[in-house]
Design a protein around this ligand. Structure first.
Ligand code: BGC
Length: 805
């Protein structure tokens, strides 16, 4: 602890120390005036500032100040361009600083375990190396402006359903190699000032009081900043402090501060632990002083919003992915300027540029694709809505669209996911594009048109039409510059270079976690272990619609002269086409002979190279730190395995152009997996693997996946646990789900999503989030009533009941 902090802390009363451990309100920490300790503002979010001037919320309901809306992480990751990530981070930092925001709550970098996860659009990749490198760059960019970043959500936020209570059960090896590796890279290469713990439990404990997770963060990775809870994500305040979580957000009206005071007084919390957490708050204030209006004059900080808009356009141009461009001899794209185009689809007029929830930004500018297509030089014959994104069947709209298509040379159709399908607090119900949009496509194809399809949405979709159209461009959620970016790519003003940061499965059922994902209540078994995304599909030789790393260009690249050494590869890349372009060169490592189960290849490095037509360049790519290592659960350490590895270099995970081998020094060891006991982990056929083999891998019996409804409701129960019970509890649960259904029925899917949020709230959050307006004793009364007792049963009884669950 710094001397200056020690001195300050020594002047604080116990109550003052405790007061610094939670928010003053929704977005600010507390200060202590008499000691000159200012408060800090912490606000969203990952791809644009969401500073609310008026009413505060963490669902993106109330409008925030205008800010540049950059592409969401899913889009940015397709650039495979950490330098771009840094630039975007820097712009976010300036906009945050100008508003006196000390900490920007992002980036989010959880691993995309399953394509339906509600926040996938906010996360980078299914691969930890790509996610970690992009996040580290963003963090460095944000913090270059003196604003703190908050790497979130640590860790394993794999689903939104029951996110505030679900126990994410993961074997130690998958935990380290898959779910934590990106966070490690982001900590060690980005040095974030803060980390936000996730709402969920990991292997039995809430993350913010999860000692193993906190030990990894601080002791193994050297994190020296402050851990903040997710909003309303505190469970046991004292356990959180002991584990290393300092700040609880938002305000709890002092309820949990008082718990800290009592804990110190009764000896269950050593005051030295509290002092250490207070010092972390003071350190954060120091580190972010340049952005704190109480400590710095910010009147001269004027973000260049025009420049940031241009950066948002460039970021989107790098983030969109050309998935398909046929026919081979005469590709559809780019379109000739002056081409007469019919523009179809609800999203073509009003593009979806971002997802819903706490990351929602109020953009400084909005662009319509229709205008952008004209501005890019296309002759727009007209626009037809084709479908209503939140509406039902409309034969008339489809008919108009087909008529319009017959009046143009080329048809461009914007289809994809609507706002309600990609939102925080709700996972997607399926991987399909809404039926009415598919009908539209069907009608166009049946009438002989071959539309260019622009996909709108931040995660993979089933594309049953893929073989029947010539061109597909994944626009993702491109931020406020998205319309220009898409138009520029369509006309070839920009040569696309984005590559998928995730696999596009053919159908959802092909995904390894599909059989159980989102279908359980209390625990979610990550029983596919290390086989996430391409690691699974490659292991079983499974079909995919578009592989990880895939993305086309208007030019072609040839790879030659591969040289592999122990540190990395050198390869010559030549632009063999007729226009300048950028290639993302990817290096995968195949394992040596081993008696352990392993993925057939894993990303170990990548680089972007921009080349004029005919130009060649030698590209050097160093191997990542853990390219030759596995996490050994027996020693609890990463270990580099000696052996002869394969280096696979190419344009996607399934477009490997060159291969070489490399002998790597290291240890000779065995993870002691028993092939007879874990046959499906060895074959990779992990889909629907069942509890018994997973339990062997885990080394213990996993906790029950479903709630035991015979147990009483407790403070830790979530509202969803009331559903399906008898008595008053069942009535209350039924009422909440009923409101959700009504909202869906009346075309208010976004509000209905917020009912999910309510259903996933543990009862203990009621007093805290209401700042005490709903008192602890009222909560006890409520729990008694829900359990069919008289309201005035005592608190001890409801607490006691909690222990049995
Ligand atoms: C989200 C966080 C966000 C916070 C504040 C939570 O619901 O999970 O990502 O930063 O709200 O809005």
């Amino acid at each position: 602890m710094k001397d200056a902090h020690r001195k300050l802390i020594d002047q604080m009363t116990l109550e003052e120390k405790a007061s610094l451990m939670s928010g003053a309100n929704f977005w600010n920490s507390k200060g202590i005036d008499r000691l000159g300790i200012p408060s800090m503002m912490l606000t969203d979010g990952p791809h644009g500032l969401r500073k609310q001037g008026g009413s505060a919320d963490h669902l993106g309901l109330n409008q925030s100040l205008p800010a540049t809306c950059f592409p969401t992480a899913a889009t940015l990751a397709n650039s495979w361009d950490p330098h771009l990530g840094y630039e975007v981070g820097q712009a976010l930092g300036v906009e945050a600083k100008a508003e006196g925001v000390s900490v920007l709550l992002g980036p989010g970098l959880n691993i995309k375990r399953n394509p339906l996860a509600g926040r996938n659009f906010e996360y980078f990749s299914e691969d930890p190396l790509l996610a970690g490198k992009m996040a580290a760059a963003l963090i460095r960019g944000i913090q270059s402006e003196g604003v703190g970043a908050s790497m979130k959500h640590y860790a394993v936020n794999s689903q939104e359903k029951h996110r505030m209570s679900i126990d994410e059960v993961v074997d130690e090896r998958a935990l380290h190699e898959t779910y934590l590796e990106g966070f490690r890279i982001a900590v060690q290469e980005g040095n974030p000032y803060t980390v936000m713990s996730s709402y969920n439990k990991v292997n039995g404990d809430y993350t913010n009081e999860n000692q193993p997770l906190m030990d990894i963060l601080r002791n193994e990775w050297g994190f020296d900043g402050l851990v903040v809870t997710d909003w309303g994500g505190n469970n046991d305040r004292v356990a959180g402090l002991l584990a290393g979580n300092a700040l609880e957000m938002p305000s709890t009206g002092g309820i949990t501060d008082a718990e800290i005071v009592v804990a110190v007084q009764d000896g269950s919390l050593d005051e030295a632990v509290l002092d250490a957490r207070v010092a972390e708050v003071l350190e954060l204030i120091d580190r972010t002083a340049a952005a704190n209006p109480a400590l710095a004059d910010l009147s001269d900080v004027n973000p260049d919003f025009d420049g940031h808009h241009d950066l948002a356009v460039r970021a989107a141009e790098e983030g969109v992915v050309l998935l398909k461009n046929g026919p081979a001899q005469n590709p559809t794209l780019p379109l000739r300027r002056g081409s007469c185009v019919a523009v179809i689809g609800d999203f073509a007029d009003d593009l979806r540029i971002q997802g819903a929830g706490s990351s929602r930004v109020n953009p400084t500018r909005t662009e319509s694709p229709l205008d952008a297509l004209s501005a890019a030089g296309l002759n727009v014959a007209g626009f037809a809505q084709g479908f209503k994104r939140h509406g039902g069947r409309s034969d008339a709209l489809r008919k108009q669209a087909v008529e319009l298509a017959s009046r143009a040379e080329t048809t461009i159709v914007f289809i994809g996911l609507d706002e309600s399908l990609e939102a925080e607090a709700a996972d997607r119900p399926h991987m399909r594009i809404p039926r009415e949009q598919l009908r539209l496509l069907h009608d166009l194809l049946a009438a002989g048109h071959k539309p260019i399809v622009i996909l709108v949405g931040g995660s993979p979709m089933e594309l049953p039409f893929a073989d029947h159209v010539d061109a597909i461009l994944a626009g993702y959620l491109p931020g406020q510059g998205g319309a220009s970016a898409i138009a520029n790519v369509l006309v070839g003003a920009v040569n696309p270079s984005g590559k998928l940061a995730e696999t596009y499965p053919v159908v959802y059922e092909d995904v390894p976690s599909a059989p159980t994902y989102g279908n359980t209540e209390a625990a979610s078994y990550h029983d596919e272990s290390i086989y996430i995304g391409y690691r699974y599909f490659d292991k079983v030789g499974g079909r995919v619609r578009f592989p990880f790393g895939h993305g086309l260009s208007y030019t072609t690249f040839e790879y030659s002269n591969l040289q592999v050494d122990a540190e990395g590869v050198s390869v010559t890349v030549t632009n063999t086409g007729t226009r300048p372009g950028t290639e993302v060169v990817q290096v995968y490592i195949g394992p040596p002979e081993t008696t352990d189960f392993v993925a057939p290849q894993q990303l170990a490095g990548f680089a972007r190279v921009t080349l004029e037509a005919g130009e060649s360049a030698s590209v050097r790519i160093d191997f990542s730190e853990h390219a030759f290592s596995v996490f050994d659960v027996n020693t609890g350490k990463w270990r580099q395995r000696k052996g002869r590895y394969t280096a696979l270099v190419g344009a996607s995970s399934r477009d490997i152009r060159l291969e070489g081998t490399v002998n790597v020094d290291g240890e000779e060891f065995d993870l002691n997996y028993d092939r007879d006991v874990l046959p499906r982990y060895f074959s990779g056929e992990v889909k629907g693997i069942g509890t018994s083999e997973f339990a062997h891998l885990l080394g213990r019996t996993p906790p029950p996946e479903f709630w035991d409804r015979s147990l009483p409701i407790t403070r830790d129960s979530i509202l969803a646990q009331l559903v399906g019970r008898g008595g008053i509890a069942g009535l209350c649960g039924g009422a909440i789900t009923g409101i959700g259904s009504i909202l869906h029925a009346v075309g208010k899917p976004m509000l209905a999503n917020n009912m999910n949020f309510a259903l996933d709230m543990p009862l203990r959050t009621l007093p805290r989030l209401s700042g005490g307006a709903f008192s602890e004793s009222a909560l006890d009364d409520l729990i008694n009533v829900l359990n069919g007792r008289l309201p005035k049963g005592n608190r001890a009884a409801s607490k006691e009941a909690g222990k049995t669950e």
